[in-house]
Design a protein around this ligand. Structure first.
Ligand code: SFD
Ligand code: AMP
Length: 645
């Protein structure tokens, strides 16, 4: 067992992660920290230039409200998000992000991000809320601004390739974090007065569709492994919407996004028989209360209609790319030169959509001779992901901003500092905070800024250094490094490093977790369907898995990271199974169906389903929290015209 050096870093604000939310947090924190003479440290498991979900770039900014044009209001956005999430959303959080998001987008442009413009100089919209960008270098541009903000002001330090395992506590206050370098034999102890977790969502909790030669390919980044959920759960924070996983429909096998095709190119999706499920199955929408009547139709209901076709044996489902491109170019067909030019332009836009953010989809198209102007392309529902920033909602339960609360909401939604979790000094943003979906890359950046400003305020008003119990730190250090010790002690017990009676390698551990979730918690194999006995069986098997986690074995630092990534995934899985079990209804068909409670139950379940694991006793508690409105609600009859695209 190699010797590990312990590095102790003391700071005021600790930012965990280096993705969109963390980069936003860095920019804002640098400003307020400088004013108040405070220090900031940012820690990322990777290199922030290309870390997180935006690593490959993006081809659209999915949240732009456009307040300066007057076309939309903050309330319009809140209505959109609430409807898309089948009524379950924290309006105060969504509104807070919506009123700040445009300024993040304008900063991106100032920092050099090319946003498409039309001839009149106006942003080109993909849809009502989405802007088209040339986004291959999106993350590099955003990271550069974050680095400049922290390093050029002298207030900040950046630690790259340091994997954060879990929280350090001083009683009920978060006192920092513990982790290790993935390149050197060093354990890091970060002591802080406030900590902002922004370590993304969780991928590979469920068995992915990609296996064999495609293994590891997923829509969301495989390196976001549930560290945010683990961190907040282990600190004892209340979590929300842990049942609201996201299942995106994506181009099959390489997971290319569909937004540009549906919204910009106005493509249809049809089944193998040529039928259009959004038309043929429209009547199904009537079964889902007021949410079946809103526009746009909620993402999970759109998924569900397609899934019904697949269940009926009408798959594959196709994105009708050739038809969509023909329809657009037909307007030019009387002028052959203009027609050829338009076709070339459309073709290059279609390829760029993938080259900007899901390069492997472009490679797959090329490898299979797929020319989108000639042939349709298969789409399919992906495996479930846990992300609070897209069309899922899982994350920590955080305080809203004070100024947006009404007399009725303040008691339940506000506890002193915007974006603080229920644990003192622990803040969350981006995928790490829940019930504020549809923030995407830009809203996550804006939310990181909101949370960082608020965390600095917390530090100014609670400016005492938390105390750490050294015995606890030593015990955590030993626990973190244990897989390396386990491997070293036992490696000679078998001839194959991967099969050993005394340890389990992280890869095998992950396979077991994914199989449990896939089969019993409504994964692809189970057609996204589950029920009480299946969930209880999942819990039984997860308990065995948790026992075996003490026997994880790591041959090197890289595997040590893989061990802890999978422990993090396991905790995300546990929170999910418990919450799906708790909510005795089916609210998001298309994300998951409970076959034993197959309908919506507005009377009992128009609530947030929250959970918490007691940090001391390890006991789980399930909690219902009310859904309250900060905006006057449109009457059901007004919904459709008010929200139509
Ligand atoms: O269309 C640790 N997203 C899209 N957003 C858009 O605005 N437009 C799009 O076009 C989008 N599309 C899209 C998107 C994502 C992906 C993968 C694809 C396509 C293919 C969503 C956004 O990217 C997403 O909402 C935000 O990035 C979320 O921000 P944030 O900050 O919550 O997560 P992050 O950026 O992934 O960063 C996480 C960071 O945490 C680090 N990390 N660090 C230390 N220790 C640990 N244990 C850690 N675990 C994780 C990561 O390294 C990273 O820095 S479309 O398809 O929807
Ligand atoms: P996606 O590529 O699916 O992530 O979509 C990008 C953006 O477009 C997100 O804001 C989605 O919610 C939205 N979107 C995708 N498809 C549709 C659709 N058929 N109708 C309305 N909005 C959509």
């Amino acid at each position: 067992m190699p010797k590990f050096e312990t590095v102790v870093v003391e700071t005021d604000l600790l930012i965990l992660g280096g993705g969109m939310a963390a980069c936003g947090a860095a920019v804002e924190a640098a400003h307020w920290a400088k004013k108040n003479g405070l220090k900031v440290a940012l820690v990322d498991k990777a290199a922030i230039d290309r870390s997180g979900a935006v690593a490959m770039g993006l081809s659209a900014i999915n949240q732009y409200v456009g307040l300066r044009d007057g076309a939309n209001s903050v309330q319009n956005y809140v209505d959109y998000v609430r409807n898309d999430l089948m009524g379950v959303t924290r309006e105060d959080l969504v509104a807070d992000i919506a009123r700040h998001v445009d300024s993040s987008v304008h900063l991106f442009e100032k920092w050099g991000l090319p946003i498409w413009k039309d001839e009149a100089g106006k942003y080109v919209h993909e849809g009502r809320w989405q802007l088209m960008i040339n986004g291959e270098s999106y993350k590099v541009i955003v990271a550069e601004a974050a680095k400049n903000a922290l390093l050029q002001t002298g207030v900040g330090q950046i630690f790259e390739r340091v994997f954060i395992v879990g929280p350090l506590m001083d009683g009920d206050r978060c006192a920092g974090a513990i982790g290790f370098s993935v390149r050197e034999n060093k354990v890091y102890i970060f002591k802080s007065k406030a900590t902002l977790t922004a370590m993304g969502g969780a991928v590979h909790v469920f068995k992915p569709r990609s296996s064999g030669e495609g293994m590891g390919r997923a829509w969301y980044p495989p390196w976001n492994s549930g560290s945010s959920a683990y961190f907040t759960l282990k600190a004892g924070a209340e979590m929300t919407c842990q049942e609201v996983r996201f299942i995106p429909v994506r181009f099959k096998d390489a997971y290319g996004p569909v937004g540009a095709w549906f919204l910009l190119f106005k493509s249809r999706a049809t089944n193998a028989m040529g039928g259009e499920y959004m038309v043929e199955r429209k009547s199904e929408l009537g079964k889902w209360g007021p949410y079946g009547r809103v526009k746009p139709i909620p993402a999970n209901l759109r998924n569900y209609l397609g899934m019904l076709d697949v269940l009926d044996g009408k798959g594959p489902i196709y994105m009708r790319t050739e038809e969509a491109l023909k329809k657009i170019s037909d307007a030019y067909k009387d002028d052959p030169k203009a027609y050829a030019k338009k076709m070339k332009e459309l073709e290059s836009e279609a390829w760029e959509d993938f080259l900007d953010m899901t390069i492997s989809q472009a490679l797959l198209w090329a490898a299979t001779n797929l020319e989108p102007e000639k042939r349709s392309s298969e789409i399919a529902a992906a495996e479930p992901y846990f992300i609070g920033s897209h069309s899922g909602a899982s994350g920590a339960w955080v305080s809203g901003p004070e100024d947006l609360q009404t007399g009725e909401t303040k008691k339940d939604y506000f506890w002193g500092y915007a974006n603080m979790t229920t644990v003192k000094g622990l803040f969350a943003a981006g995928d790490a905070s829940g019930a504020s979906s549809h923030k995407f890359s830009s809203g996550s950046h804006a939310e990181g800024r909101i949370a960082a400003k608020s965390a600095i305020k917390f530090i100014v008003e609670n400016n005492t250094a938390p105390k750490l119990d050294q015995a606890r730190v030593d015990a955590l250090t030993a626990e973190i490094l244990k897989p390396m010790e386990t491997f070293e002690k036992n490696q000679s017990a078998s001839t194959d490093e991967d099969v050993n009676p005394e340890y389990i390698k992280p890869r095998m551990f992950m396979f077991r977790l994914q199989k449990i979730m896939d089969e019993y918690a409504g994964g692809v194999t189970a057609q996204f369907t589950t029920n009480k006995p299946s969930l209880e069986r999942a819990q039984e098997l997860l308990a065995f898995l948790a026992e075996d986690s003490a026997k994880l074995g790591a041959a090197n630092l890289h595997e040590l990271m893989r061990c802890w990534e999978n422990v993090h995934r396991m905790w995300q899985a546990e929170a999910h199974v418990r919450t799906v079990l708790f909510r005795e209804e089916t609210r998001w068909p298309g994300y998951y169906m409970r076959s034993d409670t197959p309908t919506l139950d507005e009377e009992k379940w128009h609530v947030f389903a929250n959970c918490r694991c007691d940090a001391k006793t390890g006991k789980w508690e399930m909690i219902k929290r009310p859904i309250l409105h900060v905006f006057a609600q449109p009457k059901p009859k007004e919904l459709e015209p008010a929200l139509a695209h």
